[in-house]
Design a protein around this ligand. Structure first.
Ligand code: FAD
Length: 392
């Protein structure tokens, strides 16, 4: 713990223990994970002002978190409203990504999930009409990987449970034929609703600029200048956050970011007598959410490298086919379709390792000079520290 920046002391113990160790993370200390390229110095800014590009869930949550810390934010969006692209789906599932092996990656996802649940619960308490429904998510054993997870699970029951088909059926409200993982704290929400509430919760600290497309970034005297579609400087700040999904690598400073679009389509279906029994989100190869106003949301296709956002009948059929394999007979299997009850298609921004991208934009020239031979497997300690991105 000391090596990670905690001040550790011995204090009076509890229960039958005479003493115990207590660690407190020292003020300002950063978690050092032994990889020098992540070890950049903390930046100091003259003003707590930032510009965030992109008003989807990434941009809005970032702006909100900064606003909580006393920052003023200019949030820029190319459309005339927030959450119009990837974050514009009527309902999205929030569930954790679990892994049998402890790793930094699994720790990140667990902490992110618990933090999200805590914030959503707070918002729901303040506004009971908020769309967050903590109804639980069942992941049916659609693969050997999930079966293995169910059999070897070693987690707290309120985080995830391994269920028999019988137990899963009782929770689902409809017959289930497979073993399942159950995430009792998980649920679903309308992401646009969440974005609107976070902006409201920021009490005027987020200034929205709609119908503005940022086309170029330029650094000038320690400030970033952002140019709009008319080639004019729209705004300036010491701090810019790019949260504009697949477009984040459209700038000269970021054109090397390995982002790709992945098209996804949701299907909508009018509730049937059988489907009305569904009580929680159920995922097989496709997922279905409990009906809302007589309609189910079913999703979602995943087409790497495809940037089309038109509705396609073949994608709708694919969703229904995949769902039918896990929940036979819930909907009419032969309901093909001219986009039966319609749906929605949008793009995800994906990365080669499927992890989110976060943190300071690397100085690519510095990286090329100092880390070009990483592939040789030399010890990390032989490399110099990373540097902060340049604003000259
Ligand atoms: C069909 C489908 C189903 C999904 N289901 C789920 C789910 O159930 N659970 C889940 O967790 N995730 C789900 N996802 C993924 C999730 O929707 C995305 O990860 C999330 O919405 C991404 O948010 P974002 O803010 O990064 O991107 P976006 O919502 O795409 O926001 C980026 C914003 O940047 C703006 N922008 C782009 N370029 C510029 C520019 N130059 N200037 C100004 N503005 C710009 C865009 O207009 C856009 O509003 C799904 C995705 C799809 C497509």
């Amino acid at each position: 713990m000391s090596a990670l920046g905690f001040d550790v002391e011995k204090v009076l113990g509890f229960a039958k223990k005479r003493e115990m160790c207590r660690g407190k993370l020292s003020q300002g200390s950063e978690c050092y994970i032994g990889l020098p390229w992540f070890e950049v110095n903390k930046c100091r800014y003259n003003k707590k002002h930032a510009i965030v590009v992109g008003a989807g869930i990434a941009g809005v949550t970032t702006a909100w978190a900064l606003a909580q810390g006393g920052w003023l934010i200019d949030l820029i969006e190319q459309h005339g409203a927030i959450a119009q692209e990837g974050s514009g789906n009527p309902l999205s599932i929030l569930m954790p990504r679990i892994s049998l092996n402890e790793s930094r990656e699994s720790a990140f996802y667990s902490v992110a999930y618990l933090k999200a649940i805590r914030e959503l619960t707070k918002l729901k308490k303040e506004a009971p009409d908020f769309s967050w429904q903590q109804g639980g998510v069942l992941q049916l054993a659609a693969s050997q990987r999930i079966l293995k997870q169910i059999d070897k699970l070693n987690c707290a029951d309120d985080f995830v449970q391994g269920l028999s088909a019988q137990e899963a059926s009782e929770i689902a409200g409809v017959p289930i034929n497979d073993k399942a993982l159950f995430f009792p704290m998980a649920g679903w929400l309308n992401p646009r609703d969440l974005c609107e509430r976070l902006i409201k919760d920021s009490e005027g600290r987020i200034n929205l600029h709609f119908n503005t497309t940022i086309t170029r970034l330029c650094s000038q005297n320690g400030h970033w200048q952002l140019f709009n579609q008319e080639g004019q400087v729209k705004l300036e700040s010491e701090v810019v956050v790019l949260a504009n999904a697949t477009h984040a690598n459209k700038f000269q400073q970021t054109d090397w970011l390995p982002l790709q679009p992945a098209r996804g389509q949701l299907s909508f279906r009018t509730a049937t007598t059988k489907s009305k029994g569904i009580r929680c989100a159920i995922c097989y190869e496709a997922y279905v959410l409990p009906e809302l106003a007589g309609r189910h949301v079913i999703g979602a296709t995943f087409k790497r490298g495809d940037s089309g956002t038109e509705l396609r009948a073949c994608d709708d059929s694919e969703n229904m086919r995949k769902l039918e394999r896990g929940l036979p007979g819930i909907f009419d299997a032969n309901d093909a379709n001219e986009i039966r009850n319609k749906g929605r298609a949008a793009l995800r921004a994906i990365t080669p390792d499927r992890m989110p991208m976060v943190g300071p934009v690397a100085d690519v020239d510095y990286f090329k000079i100092h880390y070009h031979d990483l592939y040789k497997g030399k010890s990390a300690s032989t490399y110099p520290k990373g540097v902060n991105p340049k604003v000259s």
